[in-house]
Design a protein around this ligand. Structure first.
Ligand SMILES: *Cc1c(COP(=O)(O)O)cnc(C)c1O
Ligand SMILES: [Zn+2]
Length: 422
């Protein structure tokens, strides 16, 4: 049985059957939404059928996913998702916020949010029996694809810009992927990957281009939904005066726009099933030097104009975002917004998150930098409950991390020397 009924173009609305298309809309290149049969799901499942499951990975949400669970039960594919949420009380106080949490996606198997997408795409690749999976990547999507592919013994080819941080390239190589470094930008690598997958018949995971990346990424929304039911209950217990508080605000960094669109899709699924009464507010954060989606949002258009991207946050450095239209809608349709941040604010955010025991790569810390700016501008109110996503681990880019802190002193191994520097 097909686990989904087809695809719908996010631009022209044309619907396609599952076997009819693979990537984007043949008419206008629009991103395709996977269409689920909500009526059937609703008849078969209640929210409790999911929230009572013991599975602690994204496969917990199997009834809402367009693939079947991969075979075997102890691979990194089965360890993707179900990431922890931490309270950040000291940072909340600093920002004059009452309630602040962070969902730490660096705990995924290859240390970024991208594992959610890759776990689902590799599963799909198995179902359609493709021999080789390929992706363009600034590093994380590739590491996630290479890691998941290695786990199931599938061949992977990764195209990354030659400027990708060393730790990410090391991950790709250690996972045994065929790694090709492109003398160009992420966007150059993206276009080359599409051409290569057409030419060689490889299954292309490119972010946004492949409709299944969004389906993997939406599982973060399902986790937030489950977490919020609990957190919200505790919150009300402590302060019963809080009856008409604002909805949850989710803040996430944005490059191609696929994560923010995925989170939006997850909540739209829950809403369509009648499992939530309204959607949370979704705020996207971009680096000032890579702000094509934020620019479009603030110009009130869905026409995304490419930029010439330059930012320390390599994972969100994108000239032409490949999921821009849906990313604009994620904020526009949830009363959210877009915030842009400077590289120096991103570096500062790495250090601030560090004080709470969270180690974020620049793109992950960008979301927190956006919150700092949003709180100071009043875009985020002091009563608003806020959840910030950390999308990737600081270990991915130690060069950037070292810019956020003072270097450590080197001393002679004597107590006197210790006293001198204390
Ligand atoms: C890919 C990535 C993002 C941005 O996701 P998009 O889908 O490109 O918007 C943010 N942070 C990290 C760490 C990433 O790897
Ligand atoms: Zn279309």
């Amino acid at each position: 049985m097909n686990k989904f009924s087809g695809y719908r173009c996010s631009i022209c609305g044309t619907e396609y059957l599952p076997g009819q298309v693979t990537y984007t809309c043949p008419k206008d290149g629009g991103n395709l939404d996977v269409v689920l049969d909500y009526e059937t799901i609703k008849k078969k499942f209640q929210p409790e059928d999911i929230t009572s499951r013991t599975e602690s990975s994204l496969w917990r949400y199997l009834p809402l996913l367009p693939v079947n669970e991969p075979a075997g039960d102890s691979t990194p594919l089965h360890a993707s998702g179900w990431t922890p949420v931490f309270a950040l009380p000291r940072l909340a106080e600093k920002l004059h916020l009452k309630h602040l949490w962070l969902k730490d996606e660096s705990r995924n198997p290859t240390a970024s949010f991208k594992d959610r997408a890759s776990a689902v795409v590799v599963t799909r690749a198995g179902e359609i029996k493709s021999e080789v999976v390929v992706t363009a990547s600034t590093g994380n999507a590739g590491a996630a694809l290479a890691g998941m592919a290695a786990a199931v013994g599938q061949k992977a080819v990764i195209f990354a810009p030659k400027s990708a941080p060393q730790a990410k390239v090391a991950q790709l190589l250690v996972f045994g992927a065929k790694v090709i470094l492109v003398n160009g930008t992420y966007d150059d690598a993206f276009d080359l990957t599409v051409k290569a997958s057409d030419e060689f018949g490889w299954y292309c995971r490119n972010t946004g281009y492949n409709p299944f990346t969004l389906e993997g990424k939406k599982t973060a929304a399902f986790e937030i939904w489950e977490w919020w039911i609990e957190a919200h209950r505790d919150w009300h217990k402590k302060d019963s005066a809080l009856d008409n508080h604002s909805p949850l605000t989710i803040i996430v960094s944005v490059g191609d726009g696929n994560i923010i669109s995925g989170i939006h899709k997850g909540f739209k699924d829950l809403f369509a099933l009648g499992w939530i009464p309204n959607l949370p507010r979704i705020i996207g954060v971009q680096a000032e030097g890579s702000a094509a989606i934020a620019n479009a949002f603030h110009a009130k258009t869905e026409k995304i104009k490419p930029v010439s991207a330059a930012t320390i946050a390599d994972s969100i450095s994108v000239d032409l975002p490949r999921d821009g239209v849906r990313a604009v809608r994620a904020a526009a349709q949830t009363d959210g917004t877009y915030i842009t941040v400077k590289d120096e604010d991103i570096i500062k955010a790495i250090a601030e998150l560090g004080t709470m025991g969270v180690f974020a790569e620049p793109a992950g810390a960008a979301a927190y930098a956006g919150l700092v700016k949003g709180a100071s501008l009043g875009v985020v109110g002091s009563d608003d409950p806020v959840l910030v996503m950390n999308t990737g681990s600081g270990l991915k880019d130690v060069r950037a991390a070292l810019q956020a802190v003072q270097s450590a002193p080197v001393i002679e191994p004597t107590l006197e020397a210790v006293k001198k520097i204390l």
